[in-house]
Design a protein. Sequence first.
Length: 281
Amino acid sequence: MKEISGSLSRSEQLLVKVILDDVDFAIHATTSQIAEKSGVSSPTITRFCRSLGLQGLRDLKVKLASSLSVGNRYLSQKIEPQNISEVATNVVGDAQKALHQLHSNLDYIALDNAVSHIVRANRVVIFGGGGGASIVAQDAEYRFFRLDVHANACNDSQLQRMIAATMKEEDVLIVISTSGRNNEIIDSTLVARQYRSTVIAITRPNSPLAKAANIAIPVDIPEGNDIFKPTSSRYALLAVVDILANEIAIQKGPQTSENLRRIKFQLVTARDDDDSQPLGD
């Protein structure tokens, strides 16, 4: 309706304005109520619905209700003027809140159990469930390989299923998903478990993915109302990976120290002699 409003007649434009200004009213109102509020005739409403490729007002109401169920904030987002300082404050503040909420609800038993399995694993495979979870899966590979953990990340859904089919009892699969409802990740989890691999899920508690895994590390950061602000849940996912990596390093001890020494030596040799720089740019 927004896209075609410029090509509509004046009466149809009035009708579109009434519908978009109050979608909930349009869903529940009768034809005569909508006609009266928009100042158009009932036949105009019927013609308008058919111009959209719909049977009539009832069909339009179904489509409106379906769109509304996805999230009304995407249809009626109010953009308030903000300078870059306010944007920075909001983004950093949400990241801090996400980390604080994660810290308050950490399941230390699940974390400890996960570390024990990772340290003993023959290989560790990490699957991301799309979006931010895929980036976190890749980051987990970067954190783990330097700790003498044979770790590889994969974010291709078909390849994930294939890899899951090759996993063995001594292997560990880490699956990452903010929603825990990614069907392809869940399917791969079930395939890996079929071959008795241990599956660790970093995901929303009580989600289908959490229930499918052997060990579930809960991360539940509510979605904000600002549709333009990147979700802060990925900060919590990254923090979980860092917690696991830190504890793995502690438990492996000398093995990890030697790996890190070699990496630092090669970086300093190739880059400069500043030993204070991060372990990898």
